[in-house]
Design a binder for this molecule. Structure first.
Ligand code: 5GP
Ligand code: ZN
Length: 115
């Protein structure tokens, strides 16, 4: 989508530190890491947010979780643990309007909101 930061990263117009890529999904390091490991996993298809998800996108979201686990295994935090966060919309604190999954790992994560 025109003007979308993450679409520009997908097209290579803005550089990123990629950790995984296939024809549907891209993962790259967050520019401002909130943990020792902070990776963003995004669909290459532009979807504004979780709230805009359509029925036909549901399999893709399932694949994203599979990719997250593949990265976790490769980067050796599958067993140690990690947190996956999706901010959605204004109240959810979403700043970049291209659906993305934050993957945080590499230390015992504090700041639990739920649980
Ligand atoms: P949100 O607040 O929308 O859930 O998260 C957006 C995330 O994108 C933030 O964690 C922010 O640090 C990251 N981010 C913003 N601009 C860039 C960029 O140009 N490159 C990378 N790699 N990450 C970015
Ligand atoms: Zn986009």
């Amino acid at each position: 989508m025109e003007g979308c930061l993450f679409c520009k990263i997908i097209k290579g117009e803005i550089p990123s530190d990629k950790v995984y890529e296939d024809d549907e999904i891209l993962a790259f390091k967050d520019i401002k890491p909130a943990a020792p490991i902070h990776i963003l996993v995004i669909p290459k298809k532009h979807i504004d947010s979780l709230a805009q998800l359509e029925k036909q996108d549901e399999a893709l979201i399932g694949r994203i979780y599979g990719v997250i686990n593949k990265i976790a295994e490769e980067q050796d935090f599958l067993d140690k643990g990690y947190r996956v966060i999706v901010n959605c919309g204004k109240d959810g604190g979403q700043e970049v309007m291209h659906l993305h999954f934050h993957v945080l790992a590499g230390k015992e994560l504090g700041g639990k909101i739920v649980g």
